[in-house]
Design a binder for this molecule. Sequence first.
Ligand SMILES: O=c1ccn([C@@H]2O[C@H](COP(=O)(O)OP(=O)(O)O[C@H]3O[C@H](CO)[C@@H](O)[C@H](O)[C@H]3O)[C@@H](O)[C@H]2O)c(=O)[nH]1
Ligand SMILES: [Mn+2]
Length: 741
Amino acid sequence: MAAAAAEEYYPLFETKRGKGRVLYRIFSLSLFLAICFIWLYRVSHIPREAQHGRWVWIGLFFAELWFGLYWLLRHPFRWNLVFRQPFRHILSQRYEKILPRVDIFVCTADPVIEPPVMVMNTVLSVMAYEYPPEKVSVYVSDDAASDITFYALSEASTFARHWLPFCKRFKVDPTSPLAYFNTVSSSTHPIHTAEEFATIKKLYQDMESRIENAAKVGEVPKEVQSKYKGFSEWDSYSSRRDHHTILQILLNGKDSSSKDVDGQVMPILVYLAREKRPQLPHNFKAGAMNSLLRVSSMISNGEIILNVDCDMYSNNSQSLRDALCFFMDEVKGHEIAFVQTPQCFENVTKNDLYGGAMRIPYEVEFHGMDALGGPLYIGTGCFHRREALCGRKFNDQCKNDWNGCRNIDHMKEASLPELEEKSKALASCTYEENTLWGKETGLLYGCAVEDVITGLCIKCRGWKAVYYNPERRAFLGVAPTTLPEALVQHKRWSEGGFQVLLSKYSPAYYACGFISPGLQMTYCYYNLWVFLSWPTLYYCIIPSLYLLKGIPLFPQISSPWFIPFAYVVVGDSFYCLFEFLWSGGTIKGWWNDLRIWLYKRTTSYLFAFVDTILKLFGYSDSAFVISAKVAEENVSQRYEKEVMEFGNSSPMLTLLATLALLNLFCLLGMLLRQVFISKRGLRICETMALQVLLSGVLVLINVPVYQALYLRKDKGRLPTSVAFKSTTLALSACVLFVAIS
Ligand SMILES: O=c1ccn([C@@H]2O[C@H](COP(=O)(O)OP(=O)(O)O[C@H]3O[C@H](CO)[C@@H](O)[C@H](O)[C@H]3O)[C@@H](O)[C@H]2O)c(=O)[nH]1
Ligand SMILES: [Mn+2]
C-alpha cells in the first residue's frame, strides 16, 4: 500500500476542460447555415446591369463574404477551452531547495508619461515576491536614461530595506506600497499594529515626496548625487537619444548595504540605460529587452525570466511560485517556453467605457488558444524560460534538470566594478551588429507588437506555452483613460498584427506545419484586424445613404430571405452578450464594448492599414507611441464618471464624428421624407427594416459623439473645429448623394 502511494505521481499542475462546448458547436453550425443563406441571397439577387445599385450590391456581397469568413476564424478559440491550476504546495515540498533563479525585467521609457514613483512601486512589488531573495534579480531598463528614474530607483533600494521585511512579517499583498496603502488602513489590517503601519507609511510618503519634488524641479538634489557614484554617469550625457551605456548594480546581494534591516539579503537590483546613438535604430522595447537579456546573463543568469511593463505591479506575491509549477512539472514542464498571465487593470471602471479590460480575449479566447498550443505572448506579466527566449529550438533533449541549475556565480568571481564594465559592453549599440539578435535570438525587431511575433516564433520552434488566469490577479496595470489614447493603442496593435502577417513568421503561411492549424487560425484572427476596416466602413456608410434615398439593399420583412439575416443579427448579438456577461461584464459594458469595437474598426484599423502600406514603401518611419499612464485631474474625474473623453481634433476623431453625423442625417432625412413629404408614414420600416435598424443602432451607439459635438461644455468634448468640419462633410455627402440621382 505504502509503496504504491509513494509511486503515485502528483503533477505540479492540472488542466481542466471548459463545459458547454457541444451546445456551442450546434449553435455555430446553425449560424453558419444562416450565413450561407445570406451569401446565397446576395449572389442570386444581384440587380441587373441597368438597374440601380448593382455595384453597391456586389460591394455588400464582398463585405458579407469577408465578415462571414472572418467569423469562421473565431471558432478555434471556442472549440475547447482549458483552465490551468498549479499546486504550489507540491512545488515547495519537492523543489524548495533547488528553486531556480528568476530574473525580472521592468521596462520604462519616459519619466513624464511613466512617473518614476509608479516605476518604483512596480519594482518594489516584484522585489517582495515570496521567494528566496538570493534567487531573485530585478533589472530596470530605462529607455529615457532619466536621472530622475535612477534617483527613484536608488531611493527604492533604500526603502526596500524596510519594506521587504515588513511584507514578509505581515504577509502583505499586494506588495506595491502604493496599492497596499490604498487598499488597507491601519485599523483594517489584522496583523500589524497601528504604529508599525504608520511608521512604514511615513517612510514611504517621505520618499515619494522627495522623488516627486525631484521630478517637478527636473533635477536630483546635489547631496544625493554625491551619495551614488551612478550619477556621475550623467556628466557626459548629451540627450535621451544620444548617450553611452549607464549601468549600475544598486543592490548586489552580497555586501551589508544589500541587506535589509533584519539582516536578510535582498534581491539584486540593477539599473540599465542602454547605449543610444541617433544614427542607429534602437528597436524600442524589443531592443531594451534584448539588452536586458544579455546584461542579466552576465550578472545573475536566471533560468526563468519575468517580464513586466513599468505600469504593472505584482498583485499576488505567490505568482512566481505558481508559474514555476508549470515549468517544473516532471511530465509536461520541459516543453513549456512561457507562461502568460492576462493583462488586468486596476483602473477599469464598472462599465469599462473604452473596452480596456479585453474580457473576451482574456476570459475566453486565450483559454482556447491554450488548448491549441499556447496563448499570445503579450509583453507583460509573462514568465519565460530563458533558453527558449534566447532562440533555442525545442527537441527531446530539452529535459528539465533543475539540480544542475547553472549557478555561474559571476558575482563571486568578479569584483563589482569589473562586472559592471563587462555588462556595459553587452548593452552597447554596436553589440548586435552581425549577430542574430532581433532576428532569431531574443525578441524580434521590426514589428510594433514585438511580443506577439516573438511568442509566435518561439512556438514555431516547437515549444508550447501556457495561459494561467488566476482568481487573484497576478498583476494589475493601467488601461487608457481617454478615447484618443485607446484608439492610438489599438492602431499600434493592429499595425503590429498586420506586420506579423506579412513577416517571415506569418501565421498564414510560414507557421504551417510548425503550429496546429487551429492555432494558425487564431493568430490570423488577431493579425487580420486591419482588413476589417474597409468592409465595416462600407457597412456604416452605404446602407444609410441608400436608406436616405429609399432604395432597399436587404430583404423586406415579408420575404423568407429575411429570416437568415434576422437569425444572424439576433443570434450573434445574444451570443456575444451572453459571452460578455459570462466573462464578468455588465450589459452596459457590452454596449460600450460594441461602440469601441466599431470605433477601432473605422479609425484605428484604417489608419494602421494606411500607415503600414506607407512604411512598406518607405514613406514613413516606425515609432512606438507610449501610452499615457497618468491623466490630468479633470480627465480622471470624467473617466470615473464614465463620460467619454475626446478632447482633441485628430483626423481619427474627425472621421469618427463625420460617420456618426452621416448616419444621423440619413436617418432623420429618411424620416422627414417618409412622414412629411411623401406622407407614407412609417411603411418604410417594413420594406427597409434592416437598413432602418442598422442606421438606428449606429445612431444610438454614437450618442456620446453627438453630445460631445454640440452639447458638452467641458474640456473633454469635441472641439468646435471638428464639429464644423464633420457637419459640413456629412451634410454635403448626403446632399450630393441625393442630388446625383
Ligand atoms: O521605446 C520603448 C517604448 C516602450 N517601452 C516600454 O514598453 C512598455 C509598454 O509600453 P506602453 O506604452 O505601456 O504600451 P501598451 O500599449 O500598454 O503595451 C502593450 O503592447 C505592447 C506592444 O505594442 C507590449 O510591448 C506591451 O507589453 C503591452 O502591455 C512600457 O513599459 C514602456 O516603458 C520601452 O521600454 N521602450
Ligand atoms: Mn501599458
